[in-house]
Write a protein that binds this ligand. Sequence first.
Ligand SMILES: NC(=O)c1ccc[n+]([C@@H]2O[C@H](COP(=O)([O-])OP(=O)(O)OC[C@H]3O[C@@H](n4cnc5c(N)ncnc54)[C@H](O)[C@@H]3O)[C@@H](O)[C@H]2O)c1
Length: 290
Amino acid sequence: MSRTVVVTGGAGHVGSHVVEQLVATPDTRVISLDNYFTGRRENHISGAEYRVGHTKDIDELVPETPDLLFHLGEYARIATSFDDVAIVHDFNVTGTFAVAEFCRRRAVKKLVYSASSTKFAIEGDGRHQNPYAFTKAANVDLINDYGRWYDLPYAICYFYNGFGPREMGTGKYATLIARFELQYKSGVPLTVTAPGTQRRTFTYVADLARGIIAAGEKGHGDDYSLRAAKSYSVMQIAEAFGGDIVVEEGYPGRRDVVMVSTSKATNELNWHPTVDIMDYIAQFKREHPR
Ligand SMILES: NC(=O)c1ccc[n+]([C@@H]2O[C@H](COP(=O)([O-])OP(=O)(O)OC[C@H]3O[C@@H](n4cnc5c(N)ncnc54)[C@H](O)[C@@H]3O)[C@@H](O)[C@H]2O)c1
């Protein structure tokens, strides 16, 4: 193997696609480090090596010095982050500091970070709307500053809502599209958090993975926005599935998000989204006729 790549969070939704695409790349040894908080063994990809543990222990758990590190292994939910604030801090602040230090001390050739578009919420200051967004924005600052202070090579990608294969549809940490799919298949009403007008830019998970890998190859610095071309309200998405819809009270996640230009990703990485969520839902319904 001519290069070694570490993917934190490699057993998670986006991370498993990053691992899958990297394993298919010639001469690449892929090591995942995941604590299985939301990661799942069923997401494992043949050909990758899986280490179990917290990113704060990365120095011991990964004795190899990788060429590249893709950092996706963080607490990654908005609504539950209020109740889980101590976990969020531990995973995202303590863990990511250890990852940045690992990259600095080992002189990793590039740290590639999966930042969150929650930073760009329209109403108010996005980074302060919930504990999750706070830590993700703080980590963008940290990684930018490691670039300034230590010349650490890095690239920062902003993901918009990922959807697609291996998304988690059940339990406390289920995410929207997979939950709608399961509700649709079970014939129960789709549950929409009020008001339902909140808009999201659902982006195909394999596109996100392709983008962050391209940032690992060719990216430098901040501002690689990876998102689909169109946004939809959560109610529009539910209506596209069809059937009964129940509106429930709850934290609707972040506010609407500014669709930051993807021009840096387009121009420097030649990255383009390939799947619109409405086409994906239409295909899903063809495969699961009522
Ligand atoms: N999917 C999205 O819409 C989206 C949007 C913006 C940013 N992101 C970021 O992308 C990354 C991946 O998100 P995802 O949607 O695949 O979520 P996910 O929950 O499926 O993946 C996160 C993975 O990281 C692992 N993990 C969490 N904390 C860890 C720690 N301290 N040490 C080791 N492993 C840890 C989890 O077990 C899980 O496997 C996250 O950093 C998330 O904040 C995702």
